[in-house]
Every structure is written in C-alpha cells, then in structure tokens.
Design a protein around this ligand. Structure first.
Ligand code: CP
Length: 327
C-alpha cells in the first residue's frame, strides 16, 4: 500500500490485517514507555487545511510513538496566505525530505491529486464530504474489540443517525462496517441523505450504499445493537437542509426517553466533535455502552498501524523483534 486515500481501496483482508496490527500497537501503548524505533529517520508532515482536534493530534502522537520526526503545517501562518498554491506547498515540503503527508482539506479528491505532486506517501485525514479512512478503521477496531468478535461484525445491527449527506465518516465507516459483516441502517430525514439514495434504486447505488434506510429513529431503536450518531455538518451546507435544529433534535436526537428504549447491551458511538443538545441530549459518560472515549484512544493505535504499514521497514514483516520490543 503506497497511499491510504479511501476505504474503497481496501479489501476485507486488508482491513482485518490493519485491525490486527492495531492490536499490536495498542499493546505498545500500554507500556510505561510507549515508544518503539520503527520509524526512526522517517518524517511525517501534518498538512491540515481544515480544523481538527482528534485526527491531527492522534496522527502526531502515533508518529512520535513510532519515533518518526514530525512537522506540523499551519495553513493560517504559512505562505499559502501570500498566494502560494497547494501544489507549490506540497512540492516545497517534499523538497525538505518528507516521507508521508497526512492531509485534511475541504476539497474532495485533493489527497488523490497530491499523489501526482510528491513521491511521499499520502494519507487522507478527511477530504470534504468524501472520505475519512482512518476514522472508519478506528471505528471498526473499537466496535470489534468492544463486542469481542475478533475481526468480524457478522450480524451486528447498526443504526447510523444524522447528516449522512455531508458526512465523509458515513461514506468511510459504512464501508468498513459492511465489509466486516454488519447490517447498517441509515436514519435521517430525506434532506440529509445522499441524493442517490433518495432518488435511485440502481445497482451502483446499492453497491455504493449497501444499507437500509429509515426516517423514523423510534422505529429503528428497538432493533439495533449499536447507535452511531453523526454531527450536523453545517460548514458543508449550502442551503437549509432542516427546518430547525430543535425540530431535528426532537425527531433524530438521542434523548433520555429514547435511551430508555434501547436494549441493555447497546453500544453508542460518535466520531466527534459532538453537538450537545442536537444529535445527543444525554451525557455520554453516563451510558455504560458508550464507546466514544474508546474511539479516541483507539485512534492512536490505528494511526500507528497505518503509518507503520506505509512507512515501516518494507511494511511490518521486516520489523525486527528488537524494533518491536525496544522502548
Ligand atoms: N472525528 C474527527 O475527525 O475529529 P476531528 O475533526 O477533531 O479530527
């Protein structure tokens, strides 16, 4: 694997391999000195043109735990503000000796374009409403480990609720969940579903979205094992997609009343950041099945696994026992 751009590029076997590698990375993280020299002398650049807390910091933590050198690019204080193009920026950084770019940008397809401008590896950390593959991998890792199902989600019933239309997380995580055998139901008002799902029953739509669809959260709640909430992506909306936030919360928010109707074993997930009072009206810390903090913790292990897969000594099979064990 030269780049990680989209979940669509990964087979079931490759996803499962990544989850297994993340298990090894999480063991490293439990050590008193959670650091191995696997990526010594490699340089990883965070190139974020959109805001981020979890993804950016967990990639930087992951790179440091693998002993890579890290460079952080800040769009607001860079020569981009003087009119430098993105291509020139990438070529300039590449000339400094970069081994991997971790990139987030509002434009779908920008990470793919970057692969034409640099010989370095490119990791998509979120491109518009298109893809966020490491979020999908960390979600799959978190849920399979919480349900103790190995590298499978066979038969697990998952409701993904909210703004699917503008969500790169939905486009990535649904693919990971379905690959692993889960049955996914998207729950949203029609205005927040991708147009292809509303208007088309064509084969390519069913291939792109191998899911069921509901507009009634209350109907779905009693029949699911997992509720995955999504944030309203106001920053990607160019029109009014809902009549009001309050009305959305009334019909699609996880309220205390809805919580009471969920089965005892249910798991709650959210990629963050959360909008309290909108998609979630309860304190997630009070929900025993909440995996939200675990998703953040596992984000570091998954990103270590991704960086190691791309940059490790000809991938991980050449990493010596000494390299894995020395801390
Ligand atoms: N889930 C996620 O991508 O969070 P950030 O925007 O904080 O990175």
């Amino acid at each position: 694997m030269k780049h990680l751009l989209s979940m669509d590029d990964l087979s079931l076997g490759e996803v499962q391999q990544m989850l297994s590698l993340a298990d090894e990375m999480s063991e490293i993280q439990k050590r008193s000195q959670p650091k191995v020299p696997a990526l010594r002398h490699k340089t990883v650049v965070s190139l974020f043109f959109e805001d981020s807390t979890r993804t950016r910091l967990s990639f930087e933590t992951a790179a440091k735990r693998l002993s890579a050198d890290t460079m952080t690019f800040s769009a607001t204080s860079s020569s981009v503000n003087k009119g430098e193009s993105l291509r020139d920026t990438v070529e300039t950084l590449s000339a400094m000796g970069v081994d991997a770019f971790v990139v987030r940008h509002k434009t779908a397809g920008l990470p793919l374009a970057m692969t034409q401008w640099t010989n370095a590896h490119v990791v998509n950390a979120g491109d518009g409403a298109h893809q966020h593959p490491t979020q999908a991998l960390l979600d799959a890792f978190t849920l399979t480990r919480a349900l103790e199902m190995g590298n499978s989600l066979a038969g697990v019933r998952i409701a993904m609720v909210g703004d699917i239309r503008h969500s790169r997380v939905a486009r990535s995580t649904v693919r990971a969940f379905v690959l692993l055998g889960a049955k996914v139901t998207l729950v949203a008002p029609a205005s927040l579903l991708p147009p292809s799902l509303i208007y088309s029953n064509a084969a390519h739509t069913r291939h792109e979205w191998p899911v069921s669809v509901s507009h009634d959260l209350d109907e779905v709640l009693g029949e699911v094992d997992v509720v995955y909430l999504l944030r309203m992506q106001h920053e990607r909306m160019n029109a009014a997609f809902i009549s009001s936030v309050n009305e959305y919360a009334l019909h699609f928010g996880l309220t205390a009343q809805r919580l009471a109707r969920l089965p005892l074993h249910f798991k709650l997930m959210h990629p963050g950041p959360m909008n309290h009072g909108v998609e979630i009206g309860v304190d997630p810390a009070s929900i025993p099945g909440s995996l939200i903090t675990q998703q953040v913790t596992n984000g570091v292990s998954i990103r270590m696994a991704v960086l190691l897969s791309l940059l490790g000594p000809a991938a991980t099979n050449e990493m010596t026992k000494e390299e894995r064990d020395v801390s």
